[in-house]
Design a protein around this ligand. Structure first.
Ligand SMILES: Nc1ncnc2c1ncn2[C@@H]1O[C@H](COP(=O)(O)OP(=O)(O)OP(=O)(O)O)[C@@H](O)[C@H]1O
Length: 256
């Protein structure tokens, strides 16, 4: 599904948080949203996912206006994994994963066979089967993140939004997570702080600075030595192997 934002903006009172964001998210691609703290990454993702109403501009999914898509249909098509997911309820892991099936279910009675299969597949993909009977509240941060991805995959969405999905994961789990996400044939938009992960695993990138999109397109064209210096104030070297980029080293620039 192609997502297009045109002149998207969001303000708090008079204060613009995001302004004039125009971009296109390619169907099936992994698009990362990058930028320093407080530059509007979460805001952009919330607007693209329909969780916030834009102050200006609009979002379309396959040329259909997002604000014209019924809430129940959106709930089926769009999955969001937030930064600090909390259910607020005392649920077991398999119950949390089953929450992903709610938009598809016709009644609140038990899970149908299709629901159970979707949950089982999602847990297998995310390596969370062994946690099935555990109480959600007892999980570690990294386990919670993987279970939240399982919930989102159980939903079988057309588009997946992830907000800093790797921040609690160890190195191996970060790579597994990115590989899992890359293997999905789902349009995925992920806020990432780790530029290394973004350039190694992402297809496209959107770079934000002070509430504006400063670059968008193929990740190799967006994450350049010049852009990283300009936007993050960091000197870096970027190398390329087999079509994948890698940040070689990083140092804070002295002129900030
Ligand atoms: N509801 C709100 N009311 C007031 N200010 C807000 C609100 N939501 C976000 N902001 C402000 O908007 C700016 C952008 O926030 P946002 O969470 O989108 O940034 P971000 O790039 O995701 O940041 P981080 O990397 O720190 O997670 C921040 O200065 C934040 O404090």
């Amino acid at each position: 599904m192609r997502i297009v934002a045109q002149e998207l903006g969001w303000s708090v009172g008079e204060r613009p948080i995001l302004a004039g964001a125009s971009l296109s998210v390619r169907p099936g691609a992994l698009t990362t949203v990058l930028g320093p703290n407080g530059t509007g990454k979460t805001t952009l993702v919330h607007l693209l996912a329909g969780l916030r109403t834009p102050t200006t501009g609009q979002v379309t999914y396959d040329e259909q206006r997002l604000d014209g898509i019924a809430h129940r249909e959106r709930a089926r098509r769009v999955a969001v994994v937030e930064q600090q997911p909390s259910t607020g309820l005392e649920l077991t892991v398999d119950q949390v994963v089953a929450l992903g099936r709610i938009p598809h279910r016709r009644s609140l009675r038990g899970l149908g066979r299709g629901d159970e299969q979707a949950c089982a597949e999602a847990m297998a993909r995310t390596g969370t089967e062994h946690l099935a009977g555990r109480a959600w509240s007892t999980l570690s941060g990294g386990e919670r993140q993987r279970v939240q991805l399982a919930r989102a995959l159980a939903q079988q969405p057309e588009v997946l939004f992830l907000d800093e999905p790797t921040n609690h994961l160890d190195l191996r789990q970060q790579l597994r997570f990115m590989e899992t996400v890359r293997s999905l044939a789902i349009t995925t938009v992920a806020v990432l702080h780790d530029l290394d992960l973004a350039v190694a695993h992402g297809d496209d990138a959107v770079l934000l600075s002070r509430g504006e999109v400063v670059a968008a397109g193929a990740v190799g064209d967006v994450v350049t030595v010049e852009q990283v210096r300009e936007v993050f104030g960091v000197e870096t070297e970027i190398s390329e192997h087999d079509g994948r980029h890698r940040l070689r080293w990083q140092r804070v620039t002295e002129d900030r």
